[in-house]
Each structure stands twice: as C-alpha cells, then as structure tokens.
Design a protein around this ligand. Structure first.
Ligand SMILES: *Cc1c(COP(=O)(O)O)cnc(C)c1O
Length: 417
C-alpha cells in the first residue's frame, strides 16, 4: 500500500488493479473464465509448484493465474482490498458466510479436539457446531456473557478435553441481543492453554455485526476474523458471500482447504463485492448515524419495553467496558422488546411500510424481523429464554434512508399495536 494513503476507504476504487493488464479499463472487468492460458509449459510448471507448496515463492515472484477455483483476478483484487480494513496479512473469500465459517472450523478442528464457542451464535453456525462437529468426534463447550475468565477456564478443565483445546470461537456483538464478549480475554485464555499444552489454539471471531469498520478483532488478540460478506460488506441485499482474514500462516491453511472444498467466491460475485466496497465506509457511517437516532426514539416510546443497542449502554452496565474497549461505534443493529406478546410484535411487523419484513442485515434498506419465530427458531427454547430472545423481541437493521422517514414508519406501525 502506498505509505502516504493511510485510510482503507481511499484505496477501495483502485488498489491492486493494473489497468494496463485490462486494455486500460478504469474498472476491473469481470474475469468470467474457468482457466488461464500459460505462456509456456515451464511457466505452468512453476505456477503449480507454488500453488501446491512444492517450493517457496521467490520474494519478487507472484503466483500466476491457473484456474478459477485456485485464483482469479476478481477474487485476488477483492482479497487484497478486504485485507486493508483489518490490516490482515491475507484474506480468503468464499461463496457464503457459512462456507467461510465451516471451512475454518474444519481446518482447525480434528477428531478429539475441543472447541469453545460463544452463545448465541448465528443459527447456521450453531447448527454446524451442535450437529455436525460431534459426528466428527469434536467436543464442544458453550460460553455465555455471564462467564468470566475464571469460569471459562474452569469449564475447559472440567470437560476432560482441555489438553486438546484447539479453538475459541466467538461472535460479538451477538445476534440478535447485542451481547458482548471480551475478545482480548478470550484470546488470553487461548494463549494460556496453547503455552501449557504446546498445541495451537486459534481464536476466531465472527465480526459480521461490526465489521470491518467498527471493530478490529485481529488488533486485539484474535487470530482470524470472519465475515458474512452478504451483510455490510456486500451491503445491497443482492449477493451471498463470505470472507476470512488473518496471518499468512493460518490463511495459507484456509486457502488450501478452500481449494479442495471448492467453495470460493465466483468472479461475478467478487466483482459485485468490489463495487460494494467503494461505498462501504459511506454506507456504514450513515447506517450507524441513523441507528443512533432510531434507538433514541425507541427509548422514548411507551409501547417499547426495552431497547438492545450498544449506543445506549451506560457506564456501569453489563458490557459497557467491553464496548468501550473493543468497538469504535455502536453499529446499525437494534433489537427491542415490544410491550405485549407475539401477536403485538407481528402486528408491528405487518404494519411497517418503508422498512421491509425480511431476515438478513447490514444492507442499504432497513429490515425488520422476529428472531424467536424466524432466525432463532432453531435455538433451544430454554436457551432462547436465557438470552432474552422472547416473543416480544423485534430485530431491525437500519439502512441509509432518511432517518426521519424510518422513525415515522416505526411510529405509525407502533400505533397499530
Ligand atoms: C448471515 C450471517 C452468517 C452466515 O452468512 P451467509 O452469508 O448467510 O452464509 C454468519 N454469521 C453472522 C453473524 C451472520 O449474520
């Protein structure tokens, strides 16, 4: 990166793209091709030697283009630009957030290993951890926001598998209740067990809710940052994609498994993502600014019982210190409890006009949904209770509309409750 240009948003239009390699086109074309022609057999051999780790790359050498499951200009430029936000050595992009998450879990967890994971996690992640990993002989322990460093260490020791601890996986802020986990503390636990057991313990953070603008897990101890790029990164509700970032050593492993699972992003989706990244900072800034106003409005409404928004946390409240330590902004995700029951929450959702009733988040348009009957219906009812995901809760993702219009829409829908 040019040293004088420090802010990632200034690089999103041009970084990593050489117009002279594409007929001078100002924008990177879509390289809709499955394979690439080698100049000579010698060149093909040399590209494969590097791609398959047969020999080390010379410092000046770049991996040549081989085949779009291994590399493609759209995919590579996207990875280079994405790495800038989290100051990561490297990035791998996937065809979905779930493929990014499952590839990380499969690469760093082997039969007999122990995984510690935060609750709640995204429904798909939760299913993978609860139902798929046990079939591979992987042990798991759930942790909660009321767990302390001491209680987590105690749980790991009590599991009988502490010698095989291999990964700490956290999603923070958690979906849909904005519960926070201390990333620094989690990575300290990982490092303690790593030192004692002489076995690598990877700390992975699903940063979808905050990233990559408002929280940088790699800077505070995490080894891998994971995104559902379907959300803020894509930002227009028109694609499904995922990304993982981290050190060269770990990312090489992630990319090798991706090559063999074949779950990389397509050239077309990568191109859409490149277009999205140009406005990422603008969109996220505006969404957050809007969300602050919406959250403030909700606290004043007499049909609203409780608002879950990071920007409303007060000094002394649970999570406040973690928020101050690891987030730069409160984001654009708001959940709230309506006074009443499921039918009142449904009434509200059914009367929204501007805000659309749909799952997903982080897009330019505002969205609302009902976690306990939609995104989190698969979560054990007892656990749902413990996490405040009740039938009164509505989750909203705030978009880039005029905030007055968003608030007006919420106001008129609340009147129908
Ligand atoms: C949406 C989401 C995922 C899954 O991503 P997909 O792109 O839908 O596969 C994972 N984690 C979080 C926090 C999400 O919101």
């Amino acid at each position: 990166m040019t040293k004088t240009i420090k802010n990632p948003e200034s690089h999103m239009m041009t970084y990593g793209y050489k117009p002279e390699l594409s007929e001078g086109a100002i924008k990177c074309p879509i390289f809709q091709t499955s394979t690439f022609v080698f100049k000579s057999a010698e060149e093909g051999k040399s590209f494969f030697e590097i791609a398959y780790g047969i020999r080390e790359k010379d410092p000046t050498e770049e991996l040549g283009l081989i085949y779009s499951r291994i590399n493609n200009p759209n995919l590579e430029i996207l990875e280079n630009r994405l790495s800038l936000w989290d100051k990561a050595d490297d990035c791998a992009v996937f065809e979905s957030g779930m493929s990014a998450i499952s590839t990380v879990l499969l690469e760093f967890l082997k039969p007999g290993d122990l995984l510690v994971y935060s609750n709640p996690t995204y429904g798909g992640t939760d299913h993978f951890i609860q139902h798929l990993l046990p079939t591979l002989g992987i042990h798991t322990i759930g942790i909660y926001t009321d767990d302390t460093k001491k209680s987590i260490i105690k749980k790991i020791r009590a599991s009988g598998h502490s010698k095989r601890l291999a990964m700490m996986y956290v999603e923070t802020p958690a979906n849909p209740n904005n519960a926070l986990f201390d990333i620094e503390m989690i990575s300290e636990i990982a490092k303690e067990f790593e030192a004692n057991n002489k076995k690598q313990v990877v700390t992975a953070v699903d940063n979808t809710y905050m990233g990559p603008i408002w929280q940088h897990p790699l800077e505070i101890g995490a080894d891998l940052t994971i995104y559902s790029a379907t959300k803020y990164l894509g930002g227009h509700s028109d694609l499904i994609a995922g990304a993982v970032m981290g050190s060269q050593e770990l990312m090489t492993r992630v990319k090798v498994l991706r090559t063999f699972l074949g779950n990389m992003i397509s050239p077309n989706t990568a191109w859409l993502m490149l277009r999205s990244l140009e406005t990422l900072k603008l969109r996220m800034d505006k969404q957050c600014e809007n969300a602050k106003k919406v959250a403030q409005f909700l606290t004043t409404h007499d049909k609203v019982e409780k608002v879950y928004y990071l920007g409303l946390l007060k000094d002394g409240e649970k999570g406040y210190d973690i928020y101050k330590k690891q987030c730069t902004q409160p984001g654009a995700m708001i959940s709230f409890d309506i006074k009443g029951k499921e039918k009142d929450a449904f009434n509200f959702l059914n009367h929204l006009k501007l805000i659309k009733l749909a799952v997903s988040l982080g897009s330019t348009e505002s969205l609302a949904q009902h976690p306990s009957s939609m995104t989190h219906i698969g979560v054990d009812p007892e656990l749902r209770n413990k996490l405040n995901i009740s039938e009164k809760m509505v989750r909203m993702s705030i978009g880039v509309e005029n905030p007055d219009d968003i608030i007006e829409d919420i106001k008129q829908a609340l009147e129908e409750v």
